[in-house]
Design a protein around this ligand. Structure first.
Ligand code: ZN
Ligand code: CA
Length: 481
């Protein structure tokens, strides 16, 4: 883009202007294309094996189902934390130690060595999967005690002990210093990094570009940890300085106006904590008392309000509170707008890849089949029309089609504790008209009800009666695909 502007800076032709506008439009519209995997959970096995575990799953995650799979994986903080071999990475000590220096009691990090990290990243990238690094900017850990002339006390702010020799900061890199006393937030008593003065602003830009190089690591995008702890302008500036293919901030807040403010101010995507809590309340209310249409409410779902900036999820390493009928939540985020995230533990440890419904389960159930629906039927980018939202126990919506091989779908979600629910709806999706529709994905946690819904005929005007089992869902599309 830089060269394009430079070349035509004297006289920007109409043609190149149109090219630029089309590029900007298509790039923003495709932001939520694909599916992300969170490649860890809290306290993954220690002992330096996790990078190898991640590498070993790259192929199966790329080709999860029918040739479709994830397009991004989020790695934990890969740099040495004060907790050494036990650290999950959120207590960063030496940013340049990816498991190649002995300090904090270990050479390898909890996850492995630098060469194992590089191998894992290269494996994903060889399949065209982006690799997102978790960037902890707010605070730092593991410094030595030094006299701090600002506080008149001793503080743990002497970082001249880094084995890499890099980012050897002192008290003036933290709050308070002579420039400012504080910023937007602190975390758990850790020294709070200052970006308005001192060395951190430039050092961290340099470091993130170092992380991008495949000779060091090879990450191409960022997940910003705890962005409530510092100004949005830090993310904005650091993205400008490092040109990631994507970034998402952890702004832990359920207020969709606040999420929108942060996303628009920083220019970054943001995790949809609003939808997370909305889905949690619906799923955990096993008597069906939750109000399903809340998922379409702009004040209760950031994905509804701004799909191009919302990164949706139903659990992560910090919070995993949906304890009942989590597949209803996955069915929603994987078929709806916004960029969905699959939690590693759900996929590999909780049996939701192909299950999550009541026995017998099997084909049609689970996360994999929903990924197929999104990637195959909606070409990775659901374009949503709401078809029914006036029943607290039943929602029906569709994605438009893109071609006869990606004809879109109709999704039915039912949180009633015991009854199948269905309704007549009229879709505007011409690919579904005058076709027999089949449920390609479904599940129910109610005993005896986890059975594939019957095929339904969608008439030439788009009218069709679709159903979902209790505490479950169904995803319909043209039979015979
Ligand atoms: Zn400051
Ligand atoms: Ca802070």
């Amino acid at each position: 883009m830089k060269g394009l502007f430079k070349k035509s800076s004297k006289k920007l032709s109409v043609v190149s202007l149109i090219v630029i506008i089309v590029f900007l439009l298509t790039s923003s519209l495709s932001i939520y294309a694909g599916v992300m995997m969170q490649g860890f959970y809290w306290n993954v096995p220690a002992g330096g094996t996790w990078w190898d575990t991640l590498a070993s799953k790259a192929y199966e995650l790329k080709y999860m189902v029918g040739g479709y799979g994830i397009n991004r994986i989020w790695f934990p903080p890969a740099y040495k934390g004060q907790g050494g071999a036990n650290s999950m990475g959120y207590d960063p000590h030496d940013y340049y130690d990816l498991g190649q220096y002995y300090q904090d009691g270990t050479t390898e990090t909890r996850f492995g060595s630098q060469s194992e990290l590089k191998n894992a990243i290269a494996k994903y990238k060889s399949y065209g999967i982006s690799v997102t690094e978790d960037i902890v900017l707010n605070h730092r850990s593991g410094g030595k005690s030094e006299y701090n002339p600002k506080t008149g006390t001793n503080t743990w702010t002497d970082f001249t002990n880094t084995a890499s020799g890099k980012c050897q900061w002192h008290w003036d890199a933290f709050h308070p210093n002579n420039y400012c006393s504080s910023d937007e937030g602190t975390f758990a008593g850790f020294p709070d990094v200052c970006y308005a003065s001192g060395p951190a602003y430039n050092d961290m830009k340099t470091w993130m570009n170092w992380l991008k190089s495949s000779s060091n690591a090879g990450f191409d995008s960022w997940r910003y940890d705890y962005v409530k702890g510092y100004g949005y302008w830090v993310v904005k500036d650091f993205n400008a300085a490092t040109s990631p293919t994507f970034s998402v901030g952890e702004y832990w807040d359920a207020n969709t106006s606040t999420l929108d403010w942060w996303a628009n101010s920083s220019g970054s995507s943001v995790f949809d904590f609003a939808l997370y809590y909305t889905l949690r309340d619906i799923c955990n209310n096993t008597s069906g008392g939750g109000y399903l249409p809340n998922v379409f409410d702009y004040s209760k779902s950031y994905a509804a309000k701004n799909p191009f900036k919302a990164v949706t999820f139903v659990a992560n390493h910090d919070t995993d509170e949906i304890i009942y009928d989590k597949m209803m939540a996955y069915a929603f985020i994987l078929t709806y707008q916004g960029y969905p995230t699959i939690f590693w533990k759900d996929y590999y440890d909780y049996g939701l890849a192909t299950g999550g419904g009541a026995s017998p389960g099997g084909w049609g159930n689970g996360i994999k089949q929903l990924v197929w629906c999104r990637e195959k039927l909606a070409a990775g980018s659901p374009n949503i029309e709401i078809l029914k939202s006036d029943d607290g126990d039943l929602i029906i919506y569709g994605s438009k089609g893109y071609s006869t091989s990606s004809p879109g779908y109709i999704v039915v979600i039912n949180d009633h504790p015991s009854q199948w629910k269905g309704a007549w709806v009229q879709t505007s999706n011409s690919y579904l008209k005058d076709k027999t529709l089949k449920a390609y994905a479904w599940s129910s946690t109610v005993s005896g009800q986890n059975v594939q819904p019957q095929n339904k005929y969608c008439d030439a005007n788009g009218w069709v009666e679709v159903w979902a089992p209790p505490r479950g869902y169904a995803v319909y599309s043209v039979d015979g695909l």
